[in-house]
Design a protein around this ligand. Structure first.
Ligand SMILES: [Zn+2]
Length: 277
């Protein structure tokens, strides 16, 4: 009996040692904000409310993209306005550096970006995706269906994503949430309503804590505060359900919420080229 117990104890200890060995070393995760364009002048934002709540309200919005490093791999979240937009004076856009130029400043070869995550199909999020045509495209299945439909809805422009839509690039349409690396550190969140397959992003950092990037679930702080729904969203009820889920998640995770188009939220993350981690 004694022998059996000792044998069991040895087995148990051996098992614990194996389990310890098998646990992977924690992977370093970092998050860097990239400047992907901003309005030169305040613009009228009345259309961002379907209840007339933003009539007369003006603000100069920004476009933000994000580089997430996970170990030796990279995810680019959103790709901002097209580079051609900054050379068009009518667009009223300031974009001192392209995404590729900013990556070079970070000493990141753009060819090392293995995944491009797109919150939704609008042109201020897909604009520079073509510079990463060899990456795997992660986009909501609802948006992918809209982009590849034979009769596309107005405002659905597949051309910035041509490398994937018609060029044979690798694509993973995302249904529901997607845990990008399978360890819970970076999760693409199902938040439909702005578009059919709209997604937000959760990044869980060791030091900074949890960060939630909205995509265009909301565009600016004043609208986020009142659950404002833009007139041009594809589904009002889905938008409200997504806002409800997102805000509950932000509270439960004590997350830093970053509204990607909100100029005041730029300072919630370290200034480029610094990264949050
Ligand atoms: Zn946008």
């Amino acid at each position: 009996m004694k022998k059996t117990l000792i044998a069991l104890a040895v087995v148990a200890l051996g098992g614990a040692a194996v389990a310890q060995q098998a646990a992977p070393a924690p992977v370093r995760v970092t998050l860097t904000r990239l400047d992907c364009g901003r309005s030169a002048q305040p613009r009228d934002l009345a259309a961002f409310s379907d209840t007339y709540a933003m009539d007369g309200f003006k603000k100069a919005l920004v476009a933000s993209c994000y580089l997430i490093r996970h170990g030796d791999e990279y995810l680019l979240w959103d790709t901002g306005y097209a580079v051609t937009a900054r050379d068009n004076p009518q667009a009223g856009l300031l974009m001192p550096q392209t995404v590729v130029e900013q990556l070079r400043r970070l000493n990141v070869d753009p060819a090392r970006v293995g995944r491009v995550g797109i919150s939704h199909y609008h042109g201020d999020h897909t604009g520079q995706a073509r510079d990463f045509a060899r990456a795997t495209l992660l986009i909501g299945a609802g948006d992918w269906a809209a982009l590849t439909a034979t009769e596309r809805a107005p405002g659905v422009d597949p051309s910035p994503l041509a490398a994937w839509v018609s060029g044979g690039g690798k694509v993973e349409p995302v249904r529901g949430d997607k845990d990008v690396w399978g360890d819970g550190s970076v999760v693409i969140l199902d938040t439909p309503g702005h578009t059919p397959g709209h997604h937000s992003l959760l990044v869980r950092l060791k030091g900074k804590g949890n960060v939630l990037l909205t995509g265009d679930l909301s565009h600016f702080a004043e609208n986020y505060a009142v659950d404002g729904v833009p007139r041009f969203n594809t589904n009002r009820a889905d938008t409200l359900a997504s806002l409800h889920r997102f805000k509950r998640m932000a509270a439960a995770l004590k997350a830093t919420v970053v509204i990607q188009h909100e100029p005041a939220d730029i300072t919630k993350l370290p200034a480029f080229p610094q990264a949050a981690e």
